[in-house]
Design a binder for this molecule. Sequence first.
Ligand code: NAI
Length: 349
Amino acid sequence: DATAHPSFDGHQQVDFRVDPVSGLRSIIAIHDTTLGPALGGCRMWPYANDMDALDDVLRLSRGMTYKNALAGLPLGGGKAVIIADPKTDKSRALFEAFGDHVDSLGGRYITAEDVGITDADMEIVAGRTPHVRGIRATGLGDPSPFTAWGVFCAMRTAVGFALERASLAGLTVAVQGLGHVGGRVAALAHADGARLIVADIDQARVDEVVARNGATSVPVDRIHAVTADVFAPCALGGGLNETTVPQVRAGIVCGAANNQLRTPQDGASLMRRGILYAPDYLVNAGGVISIAPERPGMTADEMKSRIARIGDTLGLVLSRAKMQDLPPEVVADRMAEERIAAARRDRSA
Ligand code: NAI
C-alpha cells in the first residue's frame, strides 16, 4: 500500500516508468504545484533497491517545493530519479525514454540536471520534451557561478546582521570544498577582502585556491573547527552533526552544500551555541533561480541582481528568527509554507 509510506505526505503525484526496451526505470515525484509547474533536477544513481529510490525522490521533491517558494519563483517542487549507474548504464535510448516520461506529464514537471547527469544527457532529453531547463541552448548555462553568487550575497547579509559589517573585508572565511561552487565562493570572498582558510580532499583544488587567493589550507577533518568569522560548507551534506557542531568556532555558518544539518537537533544546537545558521536551501537557490524560466533572455547581470534577493530574504528570516527566538531554518520553512498557503487562498478566493 503505497499511501502508507510516511514520506508520501503532501505529494500530489508520483509516476513510475519502466521501459524494457531502453532499460529505463524512473520515478518522477511532483510534490506541490500551487505556485506553478514543479521544477527540480533529475538524479541518476544506482540505488540498492526501488524503495531507496522512492525515498530519495520524495524527500528531494518536497525540498524543491520549499526552495522554489522561498526563492520567490512561480514554480512548485518536483524531482526525478533514474535508477541506474551513470558510469555504465547511459544510452541515447535511455534518455529518450526519460524525455518521453517527462513529456507524458504535460509540463506539470520540468526537469534539469542533478547528480549523475550531464549537459549532453539533457540535450537528448530535450529532443523529446520542451520541459527541460538549464541546458546551454535554453539559458545561461552552468548554474554553479550563480549558486556561488547567491551564497556570497547571503554571506554579506549574515555578517551585516551578526557583526554589523557592510562587507567581508578583514573577516576570515573558512571554505569546506572547493568545487564548482566552493571555489567561486572563495574567490568572491577574497575579492571582497576576506582572509581564506580552505580544505578539499582534492589537493589540486587546494593548491589552486592557495595560489590564486592567498588562502591558508588545513586538513579536511579540521576545516569546520578553525577560528573564523564564517564557515562555508560547500562539499557534501550532513556536515553539521552531533560531533562537528560542538567544534564549530565560527559565529556564522553560510554555505552551498545541500542538507547541511544532519538532524533538526543540530540546528537547535547551533542556535544554543549562539551560532548564526543561514538555511542551506535559501542560501544555495541561485542555481535554480538561474535556470527558472521567469524572464527568458535575461542577461547574466540581470540574473545576478535577481539572485541578490537571496540576501534580502535571509535578512527577513534572521530578523524574524531573532524576534521569535526560533532557529532560522524553522522560520525559513514557515515562510515557504506561508507563501504557498497565501497562493492557495488567492486561488480559491
Ligand atoms: P563539486 O562536486 O564541484 O564540488 C564539491 C567539492 O567538495 C569537490 O572539490 C570535492 O573534492 C570536495 N569534497 C568532497 N568531500 C569533501 C570533504 N569531506 N571535505 C572537503 N572537501 C570535500 O560540487 P558543487 O557543484 O560545487 O556543489 C557543492 C555543494 O553545493 C553540493 O552539496 C551541492 O549539492 C550543492 N549545490 C550545488 C549547486 C550548483 O549549482 N552546483 C546548487 C545548489 C546546491
